[in-house]
Structures are given as structure tokens and as C-alpha cells.
Design a protein. Structure first.
Length: 725
């Protein structure tokens, strides 16, 4: 390893998320300027740093110094100290104040700022508050560099350095050295393996039971990220032993300690005779609360309709100018008799018409109807089909993302007589718990969804569990209406749902413009990507008169890989957007005219996770850009741009609750981990006019056979049967 010292002359690129930096460093011996590349805390131009790394040659940019560690060097001379203070590193110290500090403390200036900041109050214009602020800035600035070097030495991603500093402050390294396993619970994402590696590298003599407890909690949280509400005890012990060499006796005693402290709950279904299930306590509480709330609702009778149902149905049909099928009429009448019920069915079976009719019927009866869905896109679509306002579930429950609490609960419930929730397949266990907790007992709840779609991103599979419990009234819509039955998209969606091969039309010359559902066979990932770009930029717009950016949505099973969303977005951006106005931010490059997706709910901007928009303007000087979302322009400043990603290609999960004129989807065996029947089914049902699958028939067969997502660990069905029995 080589060490070089120099002064930071220019920062070419800096990523706020992981501190990846490309910069120019001016060295004294020899006197030259070199390009440096690596992870660096946000230093200012003019600072002196020492880097340790090696020289590399970039195929395009030539020789660079790729560094592994960085150390901020402090000047020793009076002129050097003055230049450092005048660089802007410490806010609140201008040239005049810097001269006063140096006149008072001379070469001891840095020692005073770091070790004896209270003496700064001797300087005119510096009070206790300002002295403390200067000291804290100094500590944070130098502490971040120390944390980054520490993480690199222990082979942990430096992206966590900012989170560690935020969690522990300037005492971070002391805290970590005393108890590395604290990182597992205190710093999101860092995980037990990294904490364990640090502990081993430091030679920390940890209590074996403390280590085992940290490992158990980590594995339970990992299970949540995989969609499970609990872990079977046998699986937990097996993973602890195989991955971390913790013996079963230590694991069992540690599990008992966690049980006694209230961190976990161990449940045994089948009257205690079944295998043991290990829950994190909040998940156990959520499942039991859902089951208890539903059982209570089912025990409360519903007031009969004030008018004969035939009269109400006739008025609804007249108002909406439609004719309900006998099956729909039966469901409409039945849901009015239950406190909570489920309406489920595949595409083309009339769920949308029923939501319209139920909403209109109850409004005609003078009842307050509340409409909601899990995402902003689904809520917007629900509003469009009913003609009435719909909310996201989080907004309905007045959730505060800053405080992470729900405003609505059993003490302050939702003010409504009828609550209709659409796209319930997307609702996870925690959200369902808070939703039902805020439902007044005199209200009627109608849950609408397709249980064959993808399960929620979060833990649990509540819609499927409620149906499987056979305790909640479920109304199945099985009849595909004539108009829908003429659509090959609808028919193929039902084929896929049943594990059957869809009817495929090969997209060869001459094109069959009426086919709706196409399959393009390409054997390699590179050929798949090339075909997708050609389809989106030329063939589909020519065939169907589609706007290549606004009307065509590429859905991929994965983010990584040649046919993942990351690479597809780059390739599609290059093919579909030729404008020059662009803004680089982190690893992303945005251009005017780009299709972008918003990544998290932002209630201040009224933009929600998964919303798709088009960039309308960019101000490079101020790092500002504007995005048109459904006819409304939203501004993003430099701190908010991280909420955006290119949206030419998105994951199938992100598409839930949306519809697009055309859907294009890669299907290759390299994505086998994510090739699942309900993923393919969900992607197909997002399309209105055209579906194109590109890849191999082997990958298609893998997806059709794979029903693995149904095996999520959840106890909700058993609990519902127990409390309702």
C-alpha cells in the first residue's frame, strides 16, 4: 500500500449516500495534481489529507490513485491554521474571528477547539452556545473520517458511517469497540454478520449468550424482510448453528432470556402440540390484534337495509347506467349483511363494477363511505372509477412519517359508516393491524383484492390468510364478462394463475396487430435487452400508436443483472431521450423528458411511492428539477432528488395497483430466483392493451411451476380459527 499527502484542490463527484468521491489532489512532493478515487467524508476544498491506497489505470480517464483509507491532516503553522479556519470547515468562524482565535491561542488553536472548547468564550463574539457548536462541528467532521476508516479496516461498507455517527454521536468508535453487537439493533441495515466481524477483528471477549441473542434478533428481522411473520424454532436453531456456529444449548438458553425480557414470543399452534414459532413481539401482537378485532366485528350484527334490496339495486343501476350480473347482485346484497367481508376475483370478473355499485348504494342510503388503497397509484385509480375521493391507507390513518405513529386508532377511529379497501393483497400484517384498529365497531369493512397477485412487500400475506381461515365471509367472482373474455390478456392471466401455459403469438413480420399478447424468443440476456429497447423505441409505437415513454412500461423481476431495472433504465434512457439538459446526482443521471418514479410517500408534495412522472425542467446551478405527475408539476431540490429513480423499467412489485397501455417483461433463466407464478400473473394484469414477454420458454415454464411465495410463515389463519371457533 502507498501513502500520499496533499491538498484537496477540486471535487469532481461526491455521492452523499456512500461518500464515493472523485477529486483532484495537489501533492507537494512531487509537486503535481493527481486524480483520487474512493470513499471520503465530505471534506472541503483546501483541506490537507493523507491517503493510503494504490495506483490504477482507468481505461478512459487514465492514471488514478484509488485509496482505501483517508486521514485529515491538520496544519502546524500559524498561516496553515489561519487558512484552515478560513476554509469554511467550521461554520461560525469568519476571517475576523479566526484572527482573534489565533492571536489568543496560537499553535494551540486546534487543541483548544477539540479538548477545551469552553476557553473559546474568551474571544469577543463567542458565547457558550457558539463555542459548543464549533466544538461539535469539529468532532463530527473528524469523527466521520475515523468511522469510515474503521469500517474499511473491518471490511464493512462505509455507507453506514453517517448512520453510525447519527446513532452514537462523537463517541461512536468507543461505543462500538465496547459492544460491537449494538450495531445490529441500533443501525438499520448493518446486520449481525458485520457486527460479528468487527467483534472478531477487535478480539472482543463477548458473553456467548449476548452474541447468541444478537444473532437471534438479527435472524428474526431478516425473516421479516423475506415476508415471514415468524420463524419456526427448528429453522432458527439450524441457521444459528450452520451460519454462526452457535450450539443448540446456547441458542436455547439465549432464546429463553429473550423470552423473559419480552423481546420475543414463542407460540405453539394446534393447542400447544404443534411446532414452536418464534416471533418478534410486535409481530405477535399485530397478528393477535388482527384476529381479535375481526372476531369482535363478526360478533356484532349489521342493521338491515332501510329499503328493499331490489329497489336499491334498481336505483344504483339507473344512476351508474349499468346492468349488474346475477352474481354481482348476490354479492352486493350479501356484503350488506356482514360487518366485515372479502370480495375476490381475477381480472375481468367485475370487482371494479362492484366497488362502484357498493359505493353508490351506500351513498344513496345516506351513509358515509370511505375509500382507500395501499398506494397512491391504487388510490388514484379507485377515485377515478368511483368518481369519489380515495385515500392511501396511511393518509386515512393520519400516519406521521416523521414521528412514525398513526393518528387514527381505537380511541380516535375513522369517521365512516362503510370502509372499502381496494388492492388488499398489498397490505402487510402491521398495516392491517393499524387499519382494523382504527375501524369503529359500528362500521362495515369491505376488503377487495386478488389473492393470486404478489404478496405484500412487508411481512405476512393477510388477504390469503383471511380467506384461508374460512372465518371471514368471502365472495368469489368467477364469471369473466364477455368483453373481458375477448381479451387475450385477461384469458392468459387466468391461464397463468392456474399454472397453465398462456396462448403465445410470436412477434414476427408481418405483425398481428390484434393479438394483444406476444412472445419474443431471445436466448441471451444481451439479446433480450436489445429487443426491449427496439420494442419500446420503434416496434410498439409503430404498431399501436403508443407514446414510447408514457404508454409503455417495462417490468422486470429483478433490479440487478443485464436484464434488471438498473441496466434497462440506462439503455432505455439512451435510446428514448436525446435531450442535452441533464443533472447528475449520486449514481443517477436525470435529463429533461426522462420518465422517473417517486420512491417513497411524500405527503407534503402529495406524491407517493411508485408514482410515475416526466421531468419537465432542470436548473443545474441550484440542483433543482421539476417533474410532471399526472398534470401537476412538483419541484425537487438537491436534498430531495434521492426520492427519484429512472422509471422506464421498474420492478413488478412497484407496479402493483397501476395499469399501463403496454407492458414489456423480460423472462430469462438468470432471474430464476424471482421467477414466480404470481409475479408473472401480476405483471400481465397491469396491461390494458398489449403484453410482450421476451426471453426463453424455459424461463416461462419455471415461473408457471413456482408457487413458492404461498409458503410464508404466518399464524393469522390459525389464530382466526382459534378465536372464532
Amino acid at each position: 500500500m502507498i501513502s500520499i499527502d496533499g491538498t484537496l484542490e477540486h471535487i469532481t463527484f461526491y455521492n452523499e449516500q456512500n461518500h464515493y468521491t472523485i477529486a483532484r489532489l495537489k501533492t507537494a512532493f512531487p509537486q503535481t495534481t493527481v486524480t483520487i478515487v474512493g470513499n471520503l467524508p465530505k471534506t472541503l476544498v483546501g483541506e490537507t489529507i493523507r491517503l493510503t491506497g494504490q495506483w490504477t489505470t482507468h481505461h478512459r480517464y487514465g492514471q488514478q490513485f484509488k485509496f482505501e483509507t483517508a486521514e485529515i491532516l491538520l496544519p502546524a503553522t500559524i498561516d496553515g491554521i489561519r487558512n484552515y479556519l478560513n476554509s469554511g470547515v467550521l461554520r461560525g468562524i469568519g476571517p475576523s474571528t479566526a484572527d482573534k482565535i489565533i492571536a489568543q491561542f496560537g499553535e494551540q488553536t486546534f487543541h483548544i477547539i477539540e479538548k477545551e472548547p469552553e476557553k473559546l468564550t474568551q474571544i469577543e463574539g463567542i458565547g457558550e452556545k457558539k463555542a459548543s457548536m464549533i466544538h461539535e462541528q469539529w468532532q463530527s467532521h473528524h469523527c466521520l473520517a475515523s468511522i469510515m476508516n474503521f469500517l474499511k479496516e473491518n471490511d464493512v461498507k462505509t455507507i453506514y458511517s453517517g448512520k453510525i455517527l447519527k446513532a452514537y454521536g462523537n463517541e461512536a468508535l468507543d461505543i462500538i469497540r465496547r459492544d460491537p453487537y449494538r450495531l445490529t439493533n441500533d443501525v438499520p441495515g448493518i446486520g449481525f454478520p458485520a457486527a460479528d466481524r468487527i467483534a472478531r477483528n477487535l478480539g472482543v471477549e463477548m458473553n456467548i449468550y449476548d452474541r447468541a441473542q444478537a444473532c437471534i434478533l438479527y435472524l428474526l428481522k431478516e425473516a421479516l424482510s423475506e415476508g415471514h411473520v415468524y420463524m419456526p424454532e427448528n429453522d432458527l436453531f439450524e441457521r444459528i448453528g450452520d451460519l454462526y456456529e452457535i450450539d443448540s444449548q446456547t441458542a436455547g438458553e439465549s432464546l429463553e432470556d429473550l423470552l423473559n425480557t419480552g423481546n420475543i414470543v414463542i407460540e405453539s399452534f394446534m393447542d400447544g402440540a404443534g411446532p414452536k414459532s418464534v416471533y418478534l413481539k410486535p409481530m405477535w401482537q399485530a397478528e393477535r390484534a388482527i384476529a381479535g378485532r375481526i372476531a369482535a366485528m363478526l360478533s356484532i350484527p349489521v342493521h338491515p337495509l332501510p329499503l328493499p334490496i331490489k329497489n336499491v339495486l334498481a336505483e344504483v343501476e339507473n344512476k351508474l347506467i349499468l346492468s349488474l350480473s346475477p352474481e354481482q347482485q348476490e354479492v352486493l346484497e350479501a356484503v350488506a349483511k356482514h360487518r366485515i367481508s372479502i370480495i375476490t376475483g381475477g381480472p375481468g370478473t367485475g370487482k371494479t363494477t362492484l366497488i362502484q355499485s357498493i359505493t353508490e348504494m351506500n351513498r344513496l342510503l345516506g351513509r358515509c363511505v370511505c375509500l382507500a388503497a395501499p398506494t397512491g397509484r391504487a388510490a388514484r385509480r379507485l377515485s377515478e372509477i368511483t368518481g369519489h375521493k380515495a385515500h392511501t391507507i396511511h393518509k386515512l390513518l393520519e400516519y406521521s412519517f416523521e414521528e412514525q405513529i398513526f393518528g387514527k386508532d381505537q380511541d380516535d377511529p375513522i369517521d365512516a359508516d362503510i370502509i372499502i379497501i381496494d388492492e388488499v393483497s398489498m397490505v402487510d400484517t402491521i398495516l392491517m393491524h393499524h387499519l382494523l384498529n382504527a375501524v369503529p365497531f359500528n362500521a362495515v369493512v369491505i376488503l377487495v383484492g386478488d389473492a393470486h397477485q404478489l404478496p405484500p412487500v412487508g411481512p405476512g400475506n393477510t388477504l390469503s390468510d383471511l380467506i384461508a381461515s374460512e372465518t371471514v365471509p368471502v365472495f368469489y367472482l368467477n364469471t369473466i364478462f364477455r368483453q373481458a373474455a375477448e381479451s387475450l390478456i385477461i384469458l392468459n392471466a387466468h391461464h397463468v394463475r392456474n399454472g397453465e401455459s398462456p396462448q403465445l403469438t410470436k412477434m414476427n413480420e408481418p405483425f398481428d396487430r390484434q393479438a394483444e399478447f406476444y412472445f419474443v424468443e431471445q436466448l441471451s440476456p444481451e439479446q433480450v435487452v436489445s429487443s426491449i429497447v427496439d420494442l419500446c423505441s420503434r416496434k410498439l409505437p409503430d404498431m399501436f400508436g403508443l407514446n414510447p415513454v408514457e404508454d409503455i412500461q417495462v417490468l422486470s423481476p429483478m433490479h440487478k443483472g443485464v436484464a434488471g431495472t438498473i441496466n434497462l433504465n440506462q439503455q432505455l434512457q439512451a435510446a428514448l431521450n436525446m435531450t442535452s439538459a441533464c443533472l447528475s446526482h449520486g449514481n443517477s443521471r436525470f435529463m429533461v423528458g426522462d420518465k422517473v418514479m417517486h420512491l417513497k410517500n411524500n405527503y407534503q408534495k402529495e406524491v407517493f411511492n411508485g408514482d410515475i412522472g416526466i421531468i419537465t425542467h432542470i436548473n443545474k446551478a441550484d440542483e433543482l428539477l421539476g417533474v410532471d405527475f399526472y398534470g401537476r408539476t412538483v419541484e425537487y431540490n438537491q436534498d430531495e432528488i434521492d426520492e427519484l429513480a429512472l422509471g422506464y423499467a421498474i420492478s413488478v412489485h412497484k407496479s402493483q395497483g397501476s395499469e399501463y397501455p403496454a407492458v414489456v417483461m423480460p423472462l430469462i433463466t438468470q432471474q430464476y430466483i424471482m421467477l414466480q407464478r404470481n409475479l408473472l400473473y401480476t405483471a400481465i394484469t397491469r396491461a390494458q392493451k398489449c403484453v410482450v414477454l421476451i426471453g426463453t420458454k424455459k424461463a416461462l415454464a419455471i415461473a408457471l411451476k413456482n408457487n413458492r411465495p404461498q409458503l410464508r410463515c404466518s399464524g393469522l389463519s390459525d389464530l382466526l380459527r382459534a378465536v372464532s371457533g
